[in-house]
Design a protein around this ligand. Structure first.
Ligand code: NCD
Ligand code: ZN
Length: 344
C-alpha cells in the first residue's frame, strides 16, 4: 500500500547547533519542506540578528540536493522589546516567538519569569500578527508534574487569551484533554501542535520493565485517556490541530544519567510514525490535512506543492545515530520497526 501526500511541515522542531545540527538536519529535511525551529540554544536566539546567524548555520549544514526552509523563532524573555518584534515581522524569516516559562524545560533558564513582564512584546505581536508559541506548563514545584499543563491553562493561558483576543496563539505539544479542550473552546486565533510520541505512548512507556529515559520528555507523557483525546483531536480534521514533532536530540549520556534530560528524538521517522497513528485510528485520509495544510493555513504561509510517498513496508530503526564528537543519539523505536517507509 502507498500513500502520496503534499510534502509536510514540522511546526515544532529542535535542531541544536554545530555537529548535532549537522547530524539531525538531514532527517527532517528528507521528510519536511519547512520547520519551525525552536530558539532554545545556549545562549538562546533572542534577536533577529541571532536568528539570521542561526538560519545561516542551518542552511550551511543542509546536505546538497535537499530543499528545506527553516522558519525561525525568537526566544521571549522579560526584556524582549516591541522594536525587536517589529524587526522580526519585517525580517521575512522570523515567523514566531516562543514563550518558555523560566526553568520549565531544557535550556529554559532565560525564559519569562512572569507573563506580565512580556506584555509589551506580546502586545506588539498581536498588532503585527506574529504568533506566540507557548510551552504550557507551570514551574511551581508545588504542582504535581502531571498536572502542570492543566494548571498552566487555568492560571496563565486563559487570562492571556482574554487579554490579547487577536493574538495568534499556539499551545505547543499538547498532552492532555484539557489542552485539547482549551484549543477547541478558546476565543481568538488559537491552535495546538501534537507530537507523535504523545499520540503513540502513554506514561506506562516511561516504566515498561524499568526506567526508560528515552521516553522522558516535557511535558511528560500522560495517562491513556489523555492520549486518546490527542488522537481524536489529531484525526478529527479540525484545522486548529497540526503536526509538530518536538523532536529533541540529546546525547545518550545526557539521557542515561542520574538526572536525565527531557527530550525524545523522532525526526528520523516522523511522518512515518504519524502515519502509524492515523492508520490505527482508521483516519489515513486525514493525515495530509493535519501534516501539510492546517499549519501553513494558521501561519498564513502557502501550502507546499511538492509531494512525498509513504509505503506500507516495515523497516528497522538503527540502535543509535552518530551525534558527532563521539556522542550517540538514541531515536524513538531504536532497534525496533516502523510500519511505514518514506519513498516509493
Ligand atoms: C525540549 C528540548 O530538549 O529542547 N525537550 C523536551 O522534552 N521537549 C524542550 C521542550 O520543548 O520542552
Ligand atoms: Zn520543544
Amino acid at each position: 500500500m502507498q500513500l502520496t501526500l503534499t510534502r509536510p511541515d514540522d511546526w515544532h522542531l529542535h535542531l541544536r547547533d554545530g555537529a548535532a545540527l549537522a547530524a539531525v538536519l538531514p532527517h527532517t529535511a528528507e521528510r519536511f519542506a519547512r520547520a519551525i525551529v525552536m530558539p532554545n540554544l545556549k545562549p538562546p536566539v533572542r534577536t533577529v540578528a541571532d536568528a539570521a546567524a542561526y538560519r545561516a548555520r542551518i542552511l550551511a549544514a543542509l546536505p546538497p540536493g535537499l530543499a528545506f526552509e527553516p522558519l525561525m523563532t525568537l526566544y521571549l524573555t522579560d526584556h524582549t522589546t516591541p522594536e525587536e518584534i517589529a524587526a522580526a515581522r519585517a525580517s521575512g524569516f522570523v515567523h514566531a516567538v516562543k514563550y518558555y516559562p523560566a526553568g520549565a524545560t531544557t535550556h529554559a533558564e532565560a525564559g519569562v519569569t512572569a507573563v506580565q513582564r512580556a506584555y509589551p512584546a506580546i502586545e506588539a505581536m498581536q498588532e503585527l500578527g506574529v504568533p506566540l508559541l507557548v510551552h504550557g506548563e507551570v514551574t511551581d514545584p508545588e504542582v504535581d508534574v502531571f498536572d502542570r499543563e492543566a494548571v498552566f491553562i487555568e492560571r496563565v493561558l486563559m487570562p492571556l487569551r482574554l487579554r490579547f483576543p487577536r493574538l495568534k496563539l499556539v499551545l505547543e505539544h499538547i498532552t492532555t484533554r484539557e489542552g485539547v479542550e482549551f484549543v477547541r473552546s478558546a476565543p481568538g486565533p488559537t491552535a495546538g501542535t501534537l507530537t507523535v510520541h504523545h499520540l503513540l505512548l502513554n506514561r506506562n512507556a516511561l516504566f515498561r520493565g524499568g526506567l526508560r529515559p528515552h521516553h522522558y520528555c516535557l511535558p511528560v507523557l500522560k495517562r491513556e485517556p489523555h492520549r486518546l483525546a490527542l488522537v481524536e483531536a489529531a484525526t478529527s480534521g479540525d484545522p486548529r490541530f497540526f503536526l509538530g514533532t518536538d523532536s529533541a536530540p540529546h546525547a545518550h549520556t545526557d539521557k542515561e544519567s542520574a538526572c536525565g534530560c527531557a527530550g525524545i528524538y523522532t525526526a528520523h521517522a516522523a511522518i512515518e510514525l504519524y502515519a502509524e497513528v492515523f492508520e490505527q485510528a482508521g483516519a489515513l485520509d486525514r493525515l495530509e490535512a493535519f501534516a501539510s495544510f492546517h499549519g501553513p493555513d494558521f501561519y498564513g504561509l502557502p501550502r507546499n506543492s511538492a509531494r512525498i510517498t509513504l509505503t506500507r513496508e516495515p523497516w528497522r530503526v538503527p540502535a543509535a545515530y552518530d551525534l558527532g564528537h563521539g556522542r550517540r543519539l538514541i531515536p524513538l523505536r531504536a532497534g525496533e520497526t516502523v510500519a511505514w517507509r518514506l519513498g516509493a
